[in-house]
Design a protein around this ligand. Structure first.
Ligand code: F6R
Length: 608
């Protein structure tokens, strides 16, 4: 996730900006830049790579004198990582400069309008649109230009902005991306997150949606979008620097689980337009979509589990046969591919060696590959014919949670698109599913707010030796992911089974007290799975059930029940996974494991 810093005061700005950016490094970035106002002009240095490069280029800030400036670490979204796409971004004359965190959803439309008005673009970013838009609206009053710009842009943003003919001022504004400001002895600061300012002040203001702040050396004035001055109360930060990096959460994994409602919304919202699913980056005409006769979803680990779920979604909605394959198997099994096949490679990092090799194998055969990728400009993103990005932001905990959730959403969107084009879904069902999708973030929040209940249950199983997860259909896929989450971070042996398979061998492993977690989200299969729960319960298992609200019948076969809100049958994974992620997390920390960095694991598996 991009990081923003800004400073205006009595000291040299550049070293303070560089120091602040270093404190935001944990957010992940691929390039960095700073712009400093020296009283006459705004000068900028930016570069791809680590902050070290920026430090070297500016001689630790010494080559950019001046007491006001803004800085940025970029995690690419629109446009690959490059010097040009790095922030800050100027208007054409260099008199307005902007740094941005977030996504401008309607940037293409705005860009076309600005091009028609004669503006020339240097980068591929959505941010540059804002620099030119501010230029277009600027008639000498920065506040007016900013509010007019805010009325035009859709999406999420936090901006730091400087205007050359307003020396001694920095502006900051936000909507759905974090931004704080603080006042210190040495001057005023803005930042995406608390760690960047902690060295200077513990008293900060959290900027709320559509609020604007004008910072000078001595004061900070807050405005609403109607340009009216508003009062705000500062908050005193008690966290130490370590906790501050995690937004006050104990671990990155917990923080990332809590980010799920937001990133899920970020992933679907730009693609839902006027009651339709619009995936411009798919690069396939309706005719081409109709011609697809077979889908392969190829991935590793959790990404593979999203494919297991979405097989049911694609087959159910779009009536296309789907094979889901582990990339490490697919690449060596000489799969049957032809011009009517579409291969979807799902990967958070975009660098997983097996997934990349599978992609290359498919391309060698001249078959179309779509990448569903989180890291912009990664190898899979570059080499796939088309790429659909998940907007999860950088994921730092090794065990994936938020990227997993966005991979599901991207595939739901694709399945809906395919179903609509192929005429396999009614208009009523399609509209209902879009409404259900829009409700998911709120429902996820509700489940996250019940974390203490899950924690109490998890604490009873810290000494468990084996844990089994069972379910049917999509619930089997959820079980696979839940089992992987538990074993990778708690080191407890765990397996997932299709519930109907238990009696074919596995049930002999059940003994007094063995924990079996049953997932029941598919109404037509409730009764079947309840029978399987009774089979293990009578053999001494303790049964946890995760099921849809209203399915009280499950209580006769379960010792403990977690209810999830009602949603469309194809979207249940997005909700059921939340308590099961929390369960794995609390077992892991209860056992004292290093939850963010489990032993023997790496975030990105770039070797075979
Ligand atoms: C598990 C986990 C891994 C990854 C897998 C694929 O929590 O994170 O199983 O899902 O290594 O990684 P990507 O998605 O980067 O290809």
């Amino acid at each position: 996730m991009c990081g923003i810093v800004g400073y205006i005061g009595g000291e040299q700005a550049a070293p303070i900006l560089l120091d602040g950016l270093a404190k935001l490094e944990y957010r992940g970035y691929d390039s960095a830049g700073i712009a400093v106002y020296n009283g006459e002009e705004i000068r900028m240095v930016k570069s791809m790579g680590r902050l070290k490069v920026l430090n070297e280029l500016t001689h630790d800030g010494a080559t950019l004198p001046g007491t006001a400036g803004i800085g940025h670490t970029r995690w690419a979204t629109h446009g690959a990582p490059s010097d040009t796409n790095a922030h800050p971004h100027f208007n054409e004359t260099g008199s307005i400069v902007v740094v941005h965190n977030g996504i401008i959803e309607n940037y293409q439309k705005l860009k076309q309008k600005l091009i028609r008005r004669g503006y020339e673009f240097r980068s591929e970013t959505d941010t540059e649109v804002v620099a030119h838009l501010l230029d277009y609206y600027y008639k000498g009053n920065p506040l007016e230009a900013i509010t007019r710009m805010m009325h035009q842009v859709e999406g999420s943003y936090a901006f730091g902005i400087m205007f050359q003919d307003h020396p001694g001022e920095i502006y900051a504004v936000r909507k759905d991306s974090p931004l704080i400001v603080g006042h210190a002895e040495k001057g005023s600061l803005i930042a995406s997150d608390v760690p960047a300012v902690l060295k200077y002040t513990r008293s900060v203001y959290f900027i709320e949606n559509e609020e604007i702040v004008r910072l000078t050396q001595d004061e900070m004035v807050f405005y609403n979008i109607d340009e009216e001055e508003i009062d705000k109360e500062p908050v005193t930060i008690e966290w130490d620097v370590n906790a501050a990096e995690k937004g006050g959460y104990e671990h990155f994994m917990l923080k990332e689980m809590y980010e799920q409602p937001k990133v899920v919304r970020d992933t679907f919202s730009p693609r839902l337009k006027n009651g339709d699913v619009v995936i411009e980056e798919l690069g396939m005409s309706d005719e081409e979509i109709r011609e697809v006769r077979k889908l392969y979803i190829v991935a590793c680990g959790s990404a593979y589990h999203t494919g297991m779920t979405c097989k049911y979604v694609f087959e159910g909605l779009a009536r296309i046969p789907v094979e889901v394959d582990l990339a490490s198997e697919f690449r060596y099994r000489n799969p049957i591919l032809d011009e009517h096949t579409l291969v979807i490679i799902v990967s958070q990092s975009g660098e997983t060696a097996d997934s990349l090799a599978a992609l290359r194998e498919v391309k060698k055969r001249g078959v179309r590959v779509l990448g569903i990728v989180n890291v912009v400009g990664s190898s899979i993103a570059r080499e796939a014919d088309n790429v659909m990005y998940t907007w999860a932001g950088p994921e730092i905990a090794v065990a994936t949670t938020k990227a997993y959730s966005t991979q599901l959403i991207a595939q739901y969107l694709l399945a809906l698109k395919f179903a609509k084009v192929r005429g396999t879904i009614s208009d009523v069902e399609f509209a209902g599913m879009l409404e259900d999708m829009e409700r998911l973030p709120e429902q996820m929040e509700m489940l996250l707010s019940n974390k203490e209940r899950v924690q109490r249950f998890a604490n009873r199983y810290l000494a468990a030796r084996d844990v089994f997860f069972i379910g049917r259909g999509i619930d089997y896929a959820i079980s696979m992911e839940s089992s992987l989450k538990l074993k990778e971070i708690s080191y407890i042996h765990s397996e997932a089974y299709a519930a109907g398979e238990l009696k074919h061998g596995t049930i002999s492993l059940i003994e007094e007290g063995t924990l079996v977690a049953a997932v029941l989200t598919q109404e037509d299969l409730f009764k079947k799975t309840i029978s399987n729960m009774l089979e293990v319960k009578t053999r001494g298992a303790c049964v946890l059930a995760v099921t849809q609200v209203g399915n009280t019948e499950v209580e006769k076969a379960a010792d403990y029940v977690i209810y999830i809100p009602k949603t469309n049958r194809y979207f249940t994974n997005s909700l059921a996974i939340i308590p099961l992620q929390l369960f794995a997390y609390y077992v892991s920390i209860g056992k004292g494991c290093d939850v963010d960095k489990p032993r023997n694991l790496a975030k990105s598996v770039t070797v075979e």
